[in-house]
Ligand binder design. Structure first.
Ligand code: ATP
Length: 349
């Protein structure tokens, strides 16, 4: 349903989106993840037809919509869009907002679709209200209903939940996924929230400086990152260079590790070990010493950045009822029963 092949988008000399390729099958939900400024919105705008591409091609439903030679205008692409700031028309009622994109249909058809969508987004009866009489979450549901009304081939959502509070964001993400699935809509969502991406996506990609580092199922992104930055962005994973010892352990900056996954024939071989915050426990009695160099409050936990003796940084979580100061020396205990190893250099840095 959506196919990007080596897409480049740029302003002036700079390539903002660089050599991006991926596909989405009909009915799949995709997510673009990545740090601020990596080109997610620009890529979404190129798919919608608001930005020309300088190289490659974009196909929607096997129809070429963007290439160097031709750019089909946005209104002819059959693409729906939902933005961060809802962008409902304030002077129109909820029902009028929803029917805006289908105003050429008969009034009976419009009324039927409006009722159907209002009930799908859980706001039956809200048709006569005006946007300012709705909460933020309700407004975003109406923005979604409005975008779905013309039955677009693809729905593009740009950080649709980012102005909502965390609880609402999570429940809406789950609701919206169910709604998109029930309507059979193919959708691509931009977010910088990994939990939101995991709650919504069939496929997700991590972008960095305009490049797509990995496009995969969320499970693979988490468990089989092919890039150091993907491991880091998805769940604060760190890849540590190590080597396999003759007794099937791994020597790495965290010391000697052992697990059930060390390949039997690989003694002496260099590997990268994936270490996540859950794998490390702060334990003052441990002889493995490190220094706290950063901390972030996560509610029940603090996420600490700690520097090992050789300067390598790893992350760990620790219950927030006991907190450590930056600069404190701590002991680290490892809780890795399943080592995730890659051949050294397999993950790009
Ligand atoms: P965020 O998560 O902060 O929304 P993003 O990943 O969506 O970021 P983009 O909005 O796509 O990033 O911007 C990518 C880069 O392109 C930024 O450095 C931005 O300044 C630049 N950029 C975006 N639009 C234009 C433009 N019209 N002219 C020049 N540069 C632009």
């Amino acid at each position: 349903m959506l196919k990007l092949d080596q897409v480049e988008v740029g302003f002036g000399k700079n390539a903002i989106v660089d050599d991006v390729s991926f596909t989405l099958e009909e009915g799949e939900i995709g997510c673009l993840l990545g740090p601020s400024g990596c080109g997610k919105t620009t890529l979404l705008r190129a798919i919608a037809g608001f930005e020309p591409i300088r190289r490659g091609s974009i196909e929607i439903g096997e129809r070429l919509v963007s290439s160097l030679a031709q750019q089909i205008p946005p209104e002819k692409r059959n693409v729906g869009m939902v933005f961060q700031d809802f962008a409902l028309f304030p002077h129109l009622t909820v029902a009028e907002n929803i029917s805006f994109g289908i105003r050429k249909a008969s009034s009976a058809e419009q009324a039927e679709r409006v009722q159907q969508l209002l009930s799908h987004v859980g706001l039956a009866g809200y048709g006569p209200r005006y946007p300012h009489q709705l909460s933020g979450g309700q407004q975003q549901r109406i923005a979604l209903a409005r975008a779905l009304a013309p039955r677009p081939r693809i729905l593009l959502l740009d950080e649709p939940f980012s102005s909502l509070d965390a609880d609402l964001r999570e429940s809406l993400a789950t609701e919206v996924r169910a709604l998109l699935k029930s309507e059979g809509i193919t959708a691509l969502l931009v977010t910088h929230d990994q939990q939101e991406a995991f709650a919504m996506a069939d496929k997700a990609g991590v972008m960095y400086h305009g490049r797509m580092l990995q496009w995969d199922r969320p499970y693979e992104l988490y468990h089989e990152p092919t890039h150091q930055l993907v491991a880091n962005f998805i769940g604060h994973g760190v890849l540590l260079r190590g080597s396999i010892t003759t007794d099937q352990k791994v020597q790495c900056p965290l010391g000697l590790l052992h697990g059930d996954e060390v390949p039997a024939n690989a003694a002496g071989e260099e590997v990268d070990v994936l270490v996540r915050p859950d794998d490390i426990i702060l334990d003052d009695s441990s002889e493995r010493r490190a220094t706290i160099i950063g901390k972030g409050f996560r509610g029940a936990h603090y996420l600490y950045t700690v520097a090992l003796s050789d300067g390598t940084q790893v992350y760990c979580m620790s219950p927030s009822h006991h907190q450590y100061s930056i600069g404190a020396e701590v002991g680290l205990r490892l809780n890795i029963d399943h080592l995730v190893l890659f051949p050294a250099g397999f993950c790009k840095t």
